[in-house]
Write a protein that binds this ligand. Structure first.
Ligand code: XIL
Length: 326
């Protein structure tokens, strides 16, 4: 299908400045809400399945995979010339009960992880540009692994086992480590940086670091710029992978303007960074954002409101993309 793109939309402006602009997407909204798909494909050149590739959804029983939601989203992306970020292959959350409730030997867990990655990455080989191979491995203080079947049953080696398995299953996919709280200076950011440096030095196939960017409107984008900049020395990419900017609800006009400023500066930071070519938002309309349920009392975190009207944040993204890049 040929997608005719309006010149004023985020995906075109982003592409003109070297940034793929994307959004997390939900198969359920695509299937039930006739307004959802047209805005998603008009504005975004990349999508991340918000939940559909997580273990609990894609691998609900040990011997059964369910690719229905993931397939729908990948098909939609391909119909609309959108790239796909796969999310995610090893995480401590949203795992199926058969996995978390089982008792496994270390070797069994390694086989489960490797088989899952070979199956899921292999199914979409050549069709997924970037994979979040490991998500949120480290606790917020950064010095301990989040408890999961992988960390508890395999140990810290699970990360490189996952990266090697993903690389074997799709040698052309760009493989990312993805986390929150590493867009600001601190122990966690330092720890992740050291881990990525070690992977690079030892030849573990890693190509990028995802800075999630679930932030408030008081976020200091200079922090993000500093974290992005230091990865240049390692020869890996960075991406903004899950951005939203939550506000107290209902937001005031001043809140919406401050939010627009954060989106603007983050987009321009990515555009100006020689190693950032990806800016993905965690959704695009406030109608389906995860923010109100996860951070009670806040919301209105995305550039489109609940009725798909553009907010000041939308114009902020446009200005930021135009200011960055070549
Ligand atoms: C969130 C989804 O948006 C919700 O729908 C789900 O209930 C919980 O997970 N970091 C991540 C994402 O890497 O996978 C999370 O997505 C948000 C935080």
């Amino acid at each position: 299908m040929v997608t005719l793109l309006a010149s004023g939309c985020l995906r075109v402006i982003g592409a003109q400045h070297g940034v793929a602009v994307g959004a997390a997407a939900k198969a359920s909204a695509l299937a039930t809400d006739p307004d959802y798909g047209p805005v998603l494909s008009r504005e975004f050149g990349m999508l991340t399945p918000e939940n559909e590739m997580k273990w609990a959804q894609v691998h609900p029983e040990r011997d059964r995979y369910d690719f229905s939601g993931a397939d729908d989203l990948v098909a939609f992306a391909e119909q609309h010339d959108m790239a796909v970020r796969g999310h995610t292959l090893a995480w401590h959350s949203q795992n199926p009960g058969w996995l978390t409730g089982g008792s496994w030997t270390r070797d069994e867990l390694i086989s489960l992880l490797e088989d899952h990655i070979a199956t899921v990455v292999g199914r979409y080989r050549g069709r997924i540009a970037q994979w979040d191979v490991v998500n949120e491995a480290w606790t917020p203080i950064g010095l301990r692994l989040n408890p999961s079947p992988w960390s508890t049953g395999i140990g810290a080696d699970y990360l490189e086992i996952a990266f090697r398995a993903a690389h074997a299953a799709d040698p052309d996919a760009q493989l990312f480590y993805n986390d929150y709280g590493i867009e600001v200076a601190g122990a966690k950011a330092d720890h992740v940086y050291a881990m990525v440096a070690d992977f690079v030095a030892r030849g573990v196939p890693i190509h990028g670091v995802g800075l999630q960017m679930h932030v408030t409107s008081y976020f200091d984008v200079a922090q993000l710029e500093a974290q992005m900049a230091r990865y240049e020395a390692l020869g890996v990419k960075v991406g903004i992978t899950e951005m939203d900017v939550r506000l107290p609800v209902p937001p005031t006009p001043a809140d919406l303007d401050r939010q627009a400023g954060v989106y603007e500066r983050a987009a321009s930071a990515c555009g100006r960074s020689p190693i950032c070519d990806t800016l993905v938002l965690w959704g695009f309309t406030d109608r389906y954002s995860w923010v109100p349920s996860f951070y009670p009392g806040t919301g209105a975190a995305l550039p489109f409101d609940e009725d798909y009207a553009e907010k000041p944040a939308y114009d902020g993204l446009v200005r930021g993309l135009q200011a960055g890049g070549p």
